[in-house]
Write a protein that binds this ligand. Structure first.
Ligand code: SAM
Length: 280
């Protein structure tokens, strides 16, 4: 059966290049081009954008991004075995796909991209959270990217969009929601991937906000939430004691009962506390 881009179906690509999935590289491939096009569409209009994709593998999502009209795709892949398959895609879309061979955690990706940039990826599970944290904590804001459309294990996706007083609420939710609109836009069962992982997956859409929802010093917010959630079952007056000699008074000034626990406090409360600790 033909494909929308005239390239071979992904099962054939995998067979031709002997791309047997390696667990240590987090390789769970998406082979349905309708599905990869749907993920690309979840990132919105790509036509005027450079798209950064981490881990293109055999190129299912890469093909979705190009077919959906991305101006350029820069794809960084650690596994050299995938490079010939990706070179075939680059030939089918002249001048629109740049493939970088290397580790996304080590390469300086910014210099390969021109704004506006969207990041879209089915992330390897072993480095996914680390990459997300780096993207959410750039040296300066606004960051290089305008949106992130990322596939994670469902549990990680739930941690990103979690609200206070729920099981998955913690530092990752606060970090993500401080300067982004974050929502789950798609859920996928294990069978959507080859090989099928043990857990369900979900695509999260994070859109950068012009300004933080509640202004405060970001470094102070990070330090405060790290301490608060390191001892999430303790009362804040105890877990945050080392932050300030009169932490109770500052908690009260921020409208937070000193006996509350970290998981009961929303983003607004933590930002108010960061302002009390470090007035502008
Ligand atoms: N995008 C493909 C798809 O959706 O079918 C493959 C996704 S697979 C979950 C993750 C991909 O990331 C693999 O191709 C793997 O080789 C690659 N990878 C793993 N660690 C990496 C790293 N540190 N830097 C770049 N790529 C990496």
């Amino acid at each position: 059966m033909g494909t929308i881009d005239g390239l071979p179906p992904l099962r054939e690509v995998i067979r031709a290049h002997d791309l047997v999935a390696k667990r240590q590289l987090g390789q769970n491939f998406l082979l349905d081009l309708n599905l990869t096009a749907k993920i690309a569409r979840a990132a919105g209009d790509l036509s005027g954008c450079d798209v950064l994709e981490v881990g293109p593998g055999p190129g299912g999502l890469t093909r979705g991004l190009l077919a959906e009209g991305a101006r350029r795709v820069v794809a960084v892949e650690k596994d050299a075995r995938a490079l010939p398959a990706l070179a075939e895609i680059a030939s089918a879309y002249p001048g629109r796909l740049e493939v970088l061979h290397g580790d996304a955690l080590e390469l300086d990706l910014g210099r390969h991209l021109a704004p506006p940039v969207k990041i879209v990826a089915n992330l390897p599970y072993n480095v996914g959270t680390e990459l997300l944290i780096r993207w959410l904590t750039p040296d300066a804001w606004p960051p290089l990217w305008t949106s992130l459309t990322l596939m994670f294990q469902k549990e990680v996706a739930e941690r990103i969009v979690a609200k206070p007083r729920t099981e998955h609420y913690g530092r990752l939710a606060l970090l993500a929601q401080y300067r982004c609109e974050a929502r789950v836009v798609m859920s996928l069962p294990p069978e959507a991937f080859t090989p099928a992982p043990k857990v369900h997956s979900a695509v999260v859409q994070l859109t950068a906000l012009q300004a933080p929802r509640h202004p405060c010093d970001f470094k102070v917010l990070q330090r405060t939430t790290a301490m608060a959630f390191n001892q999430r079952r303790k009362m804040l007056r105890t877990s945050l004691k080392a932050l300030h000699p009169d932490i109770e008074a500052l908690l009260l000034r921020a409208g937070i009962p000193p006996t509350a626990r970290a998981e009961e406090i929303g983003l607004e409360g933590f930002c108010a506390l960061a302002r009390a600790l470090h007035p502008a």
